[in-house]
Structure formats: structure tokens, C-alpha cells
Design a protein around this ligand. Structure first.
Ligand SMILES: Cc1cc2nc3c(=O)[nH]c(=O)nc-3n(C[C@H](O)[C@H](O)[C@H](O)COP(=O)(O)OP(=O)(O)OC[C@H]3O[C@@H](n4cnc5c(N)ncnc54)[C@H](O)[C@@H]3O)c2cc1C
Length: 419
């Protein structure tokens, strides 16, 4: 069995590591000419960190990240709405990591290079399409820089891990339109800053209509004063839309106005934003869940299969779970087409639910409820607006759908969610 993995992002690299662990041969083809740490901070939740620990990466990830301690929700006046512990601090076996997306990709890339051998990872290979017949599948490539054709590559299976703008998804579903814009734009940056609250708090504040912030540290002790790298995301409802790219620069003047009065006793938000060295801009997009991912020997994984709004810290996590499920299916079925079908049957319906709940009731629905019930005004006591029980129910409901509620994880005994 030889698996061709198209795309060396979080999903593709995790798949390669899972296949290696299962004793299945694979090769990775990545369009970027070199692995560069793109993007900004992301969170890896316990369902995905469990899989990464299984791949022996816990030590490297712990070194490169902050182990997240709690989620805290505030209104735009800086008043506390809800607080809950996260990861190991909430009693999970595995941590929640807050980490730079590029660092996570590098940890995976270095492990894959060491284990598979660097010659099994080709960079600068841009896939332009696939072909298949009864005995195998062929991926077609151009040199990403010169545009010249590279030799076609043949294997038993091709897995499209080529992200949101997947060329293979487009070939399988030619009538699907471009990604769907949610009406919310995001600006993200990283600032060197003194620890905020516990120094490992994931903060969400405000609401999308007139400005929401997500703030969390992604690296400890970056200077002699014990400051951290703090990742922040400004989210704003707007008709502005530019196609998603991991490195599109953003302009602070396009959004800082929404946060100009956010001077809280626990954080001066405009000062944090102004301290960022670089700012990136991303539209919040997803796609309607597909009816199918697999044709014969070709299937989709990660964002290529189920792009979702990044409102529940789950896109990369679900890509990691896909990787484990596909590798298990290839071990369990000697017939590759049956294996891909089994993988799809397990993961497609499950991830479609995550795409949907990210539109309607992700964890930040807590902020929407308070925004609507207060008419966007400060409150005297949050209990007069919404009970802590109701808030906990929003959070627990999301965890159940995304597969990281404690009972599901405890009962999983080595299997990934779905079925
Ligand atoms: C702003 C933002 C914040 C997010 N925050 C979180 C979070 O907190 N937690 C979380 O779990 N998820 C988060 N996500 C989602 C997460 O980053 C993605 O779901 C995840 O990166 C998907 O991994 P992937 O490997 O499928 O795709 P990608 O990481 O996009 O990787 C795709 C790879 O394929 C390569 N490629 C593309 N086209 C080709 C081609 N034609 N040939 C060969 N290679 C190709 C690309 O260069 C890239 O390396 C966030 C996303 C965004 C945009």
C-alpha cells in the first residue's frame, strides 16, 4: 500500500505520522517551496491532543505552546460573564495547547521528516489534478515556482489534504462555488505582552455586531521580563471580503475603531492591538457540507473535506481526527476503496455537524446571548441576565457535537469520534 498525501499542512502531516505508525507507506507533496511558519495562534483541544500524544509529540508541543488553563467570557464593557477550566485543568487526560499554527506545523514536519525520511516529503510540488483506474491513482503536478510539469506520481490511494482551496475537491465537485463568506472578517496579530489574567486564559469578549475579541497567549517567557507572545483576533461583522490566504496582511486602521474604548482594569485592548508587529486578515468562511468525499481511490481530509468557521477551535482538531480515522480504516481494510468508504462513513456526518454548529451555536454563542438579552448594555449581576447553568449548557452542547466532552473522550478507548 502506498498513500499519496497532497498537502503538508496540519492534516497531511498528521496523516503521514499516523500511517507511519500503522506501518503504511506514504509520500507527501506540498505546494509551498519551503516549510515556513504561516498563520497565527490556534488551540488544540483534548480530543486532538490525545491523538498527537499517541504520535509521541507531547513533549515538543508542551515546549512550543502554552497549556491553556481556562476559558473566560466578557461583554464589551469588560464584565465577566462565564469562566470554565480547560484541558488538564478541567480534568481531561490531555491538555489544551495554545500554539502558533506554524509551530504546530513545524513540530509535525520535523517528526515526519525524521520518521518517514526527508526524501518522502517533496516541497514545491503543486498538485494540478488526479486520475485513477482500477489498479491505482495518479496525482499530477507542476513545479510551484516555475510552473513546469513534474513527473506524475502513482500510488494506491490519493488523499487531498490541500486545504480550503483544494484543487482535488474542485475536480471532484466542479459545480461547487467558492467558499461562503459568513459576513464576519477577522484580523489577527501577535503582541509581546505581560501575562493577562492567569497567564494561560483564553479570553472571548464583546460580540460580532460591533466587535468581538479572542485573546490567548501562545508562548511563555519570550523576554527577560517574563512576557508572553499573545495572540489576538478582532472579529467584526462587515461586507468587506478578501479571499482567505494564510499570509494576507491586515491594516489596524480597518478595525481598531471598534475597540477604542476597551480599557479594562484587567487589560488595555487598544494598547495590545497597537503593540502587534504584524497583522493578518482572514475572512470567516466555510462551505456547505458535501454529500460525499470519496471517489474510488481518492478522498478528502481536513479543510479540503470540511472547511468550518474557526469559532470553536476545531478545524485543525477535526483534521487530526480525520487522519487517525483514515489510517485506522486503511489498516482494517485491505481493499483501499473499501477503506476510504469506511473512513468517509465514519467522519463525514460527524464533521458536517461540527460545520453546522460552528455557524449557529459555537462556544461564543454565550456572548451572543448576553449581547441580545442586555440590548448591548452593561449588567448589574450576570445572573439577572442568564444563569451559569444555561451558560454551561451552551459550552457542554458544543463539546458533545465536536467530540471532546469528557464522557465521550473517556468512553472512546482509542477510537476517534464518528460512526
Ligand atoms: C484564522 C483562523 C483561526 C483558526 N483557529 C483554529 C483553532 O484555534 N483551532 C483549530 O483546531 N483550528 C483552527 N483553525 C482552522 C485550522 O487552521 C484549519 O482547519 C487547519 O489548518 C486545516 O488543516 P489542513 O491541513 O486541512 O489545511 P491547511 O493547514 O490549510 O494545509 C493545507 C496545505 O496544503 C498545501 N496545498 C494547497 N494547495 C496545494 C496543492 N495544489 N498541491 C499541494 N499542496 C497544496 C498548502 O500549502 C498547505 O500546506 C483556524 C483557521 C483560521 C483561518
Amino acid at each position: 500500500m502506498e498513500v499519496l498525501v497532497v498537502g503538508g499542512g496540519i492534516g497531511g502531516l498528521t496523516l503521514a505520522l499516523c500511517l507511519y505508525r500503522a506501518g503504511i507507506s506514504c509520500r507527501i507533496y506540498e505546494a509551498a517551496p519551503a516549510m515556513r511558519p504561516l498563520g497565527v495562534g490556534i488551540n488544540v483541544l483534548p480530543h486532538a491532543s490525545k491523538e498527537l500524544a499517541r504520535l509521541g509529540l507531547e513533549l515538543e508541543l508542551t515546549r512550543a505552546s502554552v497549556l491553556t488553563r481556562e476559558a473566560v467570557f466578557f461583554n464589551r464593557f469588560g464584565q465577566l460573564i462565564y469562566r470554565e477550566p480547560l484541558g488538564r485543568f478541567a480534568g481531561y487526560d490531555d491538555p489544551q495547547y495554545s500554539i502558533h499554527r506554524g509551530e504546530l506545523q513545524l513540530v509535525l514536519f520535523e517528526a515526519a521528516s525524521k520518521r518517514l525520511g526527508a526524501d518522502r516529503i517533496s516541497t514545491g510540488w503543486k498538485c494540478i489534478g488526479i486520475e485513477q483506474d482500477a489498479s491505482g491513482a495518479t496525482a499530477l503536478f507542476n513545479d510551484a515556482v516555475s510552473g513546469h510539469a513534474l513527473p506524475p506520481q502513482r500510488g494506491d490511494v490519493v488523499v487531498a489534504c490541500d486545504g480550503l482551496h483544494s484543487i482535488i475537491r474542485k475536480q471532484l465537485h466542479p459545480d461547487e462555488g467558492p467558499p461562503l463568506y459568513s459576513g464576519v472578517n477577522m484580523w489577527r496579530g501577535v503582541s509581546v505582552w505581560a501575562p493577562i489574567l492567569t497567564g494561560a486564559s483564553m479570553i472571548r469578549a464583546g460580540w460580532l455586531a460591533n466587535g468581538k475579541m479572542v485573546i490567548y497567549p501562545i508562548r511563555n517567557d519570550v523576554d527577560s521580563q517574563g512576557r508572553q507572545l499573545v495572540n489576538w483576533v478582532a472579529e467584526l461583522a462587515t461586507t468587506r471580503y478578501k479571499q482567505r490566504d494564510w499570509s494576507r496582511p491586515g491594516d489596524i486602521n480597518d478595525f481598531i475603531g471598534a475597540f477604542k474604548d476597551w480599557h479594562f482594569d484587567w487589560l488595555d485592548v487598544p494598547a495590545l492591538l497597537t503593540a502587534a508587529e504584524t497583522i493578518l486578515e482572514f475572512p470567516m468562511v466555510d462551505q456547505e457540507p458535501l454529500q460525499w468525499w470519496t471517489r474510488g481511490r481518492v478522498t478528502l481530509l481536513g479543510d479540503a473535506a470540511h472547511p468550518m468557521y474557526p469559532r470553536g477551535s476545531n478545524g485543525a482538531g477535526q483534521a487530526i481526527l480525520d487522519a487517525r480515522a483514515l489510517s485506522d480504516a486503511l489498516v482494517a481494510n485491505t481493499n483501499p476503496t473499501e477503506a476510504l468508504k469506511a473512513y468517509e462513513a465514519q467522519r463525514l456526518p460527524f464533521t458536517a455537524e461540527v460545520v453546522r454548529i460552528n455557524r449557529t451555536n459555537p462556544p461564543d454563542a454565550i456572548l451572543r446571548e448576553v449581547y441580545e438579552r442586555t440590548g448591548d448594555q452593561p449588567f448589574e449581576h450576570v445572573e439577572d441576565v442568564i444563569s451559569q447553568k444555561e451558560l454551561a449548557a451552551v459550552s457542554e452542547g458544543y463539546k458533545r457535537v465536536a467530540g471532546f466532552d469528557k464522557p465521550s473522550l473517556a468512553a472512546a478507548t482509542g477510537e476517534v469520534p464518528g460512526k
